[in-house]
Design a protein around this ligand. Structure first.
Ligand code: CDP
Length: 225
């Protein structure tokens, strides 16, 4: 049976990663979290005291970074130069500094190339902002996942609280709206629904319902291709 490419794009905290990881697990596919890669570059810039606005320096850092993604039970582990930075990349500080890094065309070119190499053999579920438009424009199945800002903020706040981070719902909402705006308005790899993507509004769906919906679409593609 053919092992397809599934691209899941959508705005911040729309439930992409939880859903994508589980869809991949049930299909026996590899899950690739493209956002983790931009997060790692941001972490490296902050550690090295390189301004996230210094395009050339950030590109240099990105070029030299050795990034590896591994799935471990229900988690994705990201290694940056051999160090497990999975937790360190998911903080409000990274969220607040990532937009200029993700808008940097040189950084995007490097990351897109890596992502294409990771997925070219198929049997992958990749989530991000530009997967169905730039990374895999010929993906077999494209999902564009959306949810109301309020619902997304509630979910992200819960996720952060489980890790011991206390944050106001309003602040989370503001961060999400800011990041979405930056993602939509950048020139390279903007957040954009591809014409052939299936839109999935998860505001009133449970995670299990989201997973089943995508699995159903995936099975159809697998059987007919
Ligand atoms: O989980 P959440 O949706 O908050 O974030 P993420 O998917 O980890 O992505 C973090 C940031 O990385 C986004 O706000 C985008 O600016 C950027 N990103 C991107 O530019 N392109 C991708 N393919 C994935 C993420």
């Amino acid at each position: 049976m053919r092992r397809i490419i599934i691209a899941i794009d959508g705005p911040a905290a729309s439930g992409k990663s939880t859903t994508a990881r589980e869809v991949a697990r049930r299909l026996g596919y590899t899950y690739i979290d493209s956002g983790a890669m931009y997060r790692a570059v941001t972490l490296e810039a902050l550690r090295e005291n390189v301004s996230v606005h210094n395009r050339d320096k950030v590109i240099e850092l990105a070029r030299e970074l050795d990034l590896k993604l591994r799935s471990h039970e229900s988690k994705t582990i990201i290694y940056m130069n051999g160090e497990d930075v999975s937790e360190k990349i998911r903080t409000p500080e990274i969220d607040q500094n990532i937009s200029p890094v993700a808008a940097n065309p040189g950084v995007r070119a490097i990351m897109v190339k890596k992502q294409q190499a990771m997925g070219e053999a198929g049997g992958i579920v990749m989530d991000g902002r530009d997967i169905g438009t730039v990374v895999f424009p010929h993906a077999d199945l494209k999902i564009f996942m959306i949810a109301s800002v309020k619902e997304r903020a509630i979910r992200r706040k819960k996720e952060l609280e489980q890790k011991g981070v206390k944050i106001d719902l309003e602040e989370v909402e503001k961060d999400i709206e800011y990041r979405d705006k930056q993602d939509i308005n950048r020139n390279h790899g903007p957040l954009l629904k591809s014409d052939d993507a299936v839109e999935l509004d998860t505001t009133r769906l449970t995670v299990e319902e989201q997973i089943r919906k995508i699995l159903e679409l995936a099975q159809n593609k697998i059987e007919t291709s």
